[in-house]
Design a protein around this ligand. Structure first.
Ligand SMILES: *Cc1c(COP(=O)(O)O)cnc(C)c1O
Length: 496
């Protein structure tokens, strides 16, 4: 596309004196400026773009067309669960009765919002098999940190200060060791077996009275169910540690399997993955954490509880627990995200929620089996909601996973997750989610096969992809190290 507006910054469209607004006459001008101290007044006009309304509309519409999202196309980004965000969630969350609330309002005036909060706490507890949830954390990693703080508080409450180590499998999401380090715990790595599961024999010698607990993702980041979970949980419990469940990947378990029933004590859930709230681009998230019975008192403040008042009516309260680990967020967390998540749970209902996991699993296995002749499948067998290829099967072409990911952009697909987990050199991690139709999956499979063929016939074509995107292949390192984020900096670069 090539028009006056496309690919330009709004500053480049600016013409001196051009206006897209008209303000009512300021009746107070005499007073309003007179009261500001001289040193706070502007000397020069701010350097804002000067554009008419239609230019603004075209500029932002063109920009939005450059965006790729779940609403524009297939987004098989492994470990990220890019499922459809139902529009009814947005409608309910945007209701003025909710958006107009202030967090410092009296509790009597926000009973409805607290009911939403409380109901979501209860729904998640039921879904996960936990005793209680807090919705305070703002993201998965934030939930991990909070959960690990619960584990630490538990050990400290028993006067057991020597438990400073946490076991994390080598296949774990990078946030696991990072959260543990932020929490002041020492990370001990446990290896995976060739079948991609935690090596119990490697785990055993690590267990002693310095272990605070173990973090696990199940299904793990290879999309494989940890079959030995019961034995692992027993070993860790026997040595006095607690089991932490990274529930960012709860999607395939929904309604089928509860972390609380398979030995986990503390866990987080990503509402912005499993429970359909939008994410990506660092947008608002929510990482509620749940605990089993006996650990509730350590959950962060403030907490939403409920009681019955004298008239027998439900009375929601905001409590401050005395044994709590403290506060980890401003107020009660990201309320708009909770509204969306509860809407999702209620609109699906418990019967339909049970279909999420099986359908996500079916879709992932369908893609895996359809492509394993062209892409290397390092671990055979049934996967859960996602799986990992180790690059193209034919390694002689020199075409890498990065090249395949870039070429997919030319065909209008978002790339899968690449080079994660770190267990394989050419990892290509695909997660289709439960929402996609057979036609969408077939379209993706066809394109992936086509790219594998191109890699044989014309490897340069794939190595130099993408060819049709607004910008071609970026220098990833430079893009990260030398970010140009302001108009002034860009001018300075152009002048050089
Ligand atoms: C996404 C993810 C996380 C981190 O969640 P954020 O909300 O991005 O902090 C942790 N663990 C796993 C397995 C994940 O997929």
């Amino acid at each position: 596309m090539n028009n006056t507006y496309y690919g330009k910054l709004i500053f480049e469209l600016s013409k001196p004196g051009r206006k897209g607004y008209s303000l009512p006459k300021n009746e107070l001008s005499e007073y309003s400026t007179a009261q500001l101290p001289e040193n706070l007044l502007r000397v020069e006009e701010p350097a804002l773009p000067e554009v008419d309304e239609l230019t603004v509309v075209r500029h932002y519409t063109n920009m939005s067309n450059n965006n790729f999202g779940v609403d524009t196309g297939f987004y098989p980004l492994g470990s990220c669960t890019m499922k459809y965000n139902p529009k009814i969630n947005e409608e309910i969350a945007a209701h003025p009765e909710f958006t107009g609330l202030h967090p410092l309002q009296n509790v009597e005036t926000v009973q409805g919002a607290l009911a939403v909060y409380y109901q979501l706490q209860r729904s998640l507890s039921e879904i996960a098999g936990m005793s209680e949830f807090t919705l305070n954390p703002f993201a998965g990693a934030h939930g991990e940190l909070t959960g690990l703080m619960v584990i630490r508080s538990y050990h400290m409450s028993r006067g057991d200060a020597k438990r400073t180590k946490i076991i994390v499998p080598d296949s774990a999401h990078g946030t696991n060791p990072a959260s543990a380090a932020v929490c002041g715990l020492d990370v001990v790595e446990v290896k995976s077996k060739p079948d991609g599961r935690v090596d119990v024999e490697d785990l055993k010698p690590l267990l002693d009275d310095t272990i605070a607990g173990m973090m696990m993702t199940n299904p793990n980041t290879l999309g494989l169910f940890e079959n030995n979970i019961a034995e692992i949980a027993k070993l860790v419990h026997d040595c006095g540690g607690l089991m932490y469940y990274d529930g960012a990947n709860l999607n395939p378990m929904l309604g089928k399997c509860r972390p609380g029933d398979i030995g986990f004590d503390v866990m987080h859930i990503n509402l912005h993955k499993t429970f359909s709230t939008p994410h990506g681009g660092g947008g608002p998230g929510s990482g509620p954490i749940g605990v089993r019975e006996g650990l509730e008192q350590f959950l962060p403040n403030p907490r939403v509880t409920c009681d019955f008042n004298e008239d027998g009516m439900v009375d929601y309260k905001i409590d401050m627990g005395e044994e709590s680990l403290g506060s980890i967020s401003g107020f009660l967390g990201n309320f708009g995200i909770m509204m969306r998540a509860l809407t999702y749970i209620v609109t699906l209902g418990s019967d339909n929620l049970k279909w999420v996991g099986p359908l996500a699993t079916l879709n992932a296995n369908y893609i895996k089996e359809s492509l394993k002749d062209c892409y290397e499948l390092p671990i055979e067998g049934v996967c859960k909601h996602e799986f990992v290829f180790d690059g193209l099967k034919d390694k002689s072409t020199g075409v890498t996973t990065l090249d395949v990911a870039k070429r997919l952009l030319d065909y209008g697909y978002h790339a899968p997750t690449i080079y994660f987990p770190l267990l394989f050199h050419q990892a290509l991690m695909i997660e289709p989610t439960e929402n996609e139709s057979k036609e969408t999956l077939d379209g993706f499979i066809e394109v992936m096969k086509k790219i594998a063929q191109e890699a044989k016939d014309d490897p340069e074509l794939v190595k130099t992809a993408p060819h049709t995107t607004p910008v071609r292949r970026l220098d990833d390192t430079k893009a990260a190290l030398k970010q140009i984020v302001t108009w002034n900096e860009l001018c300075a670069v152009e002048e050089l």
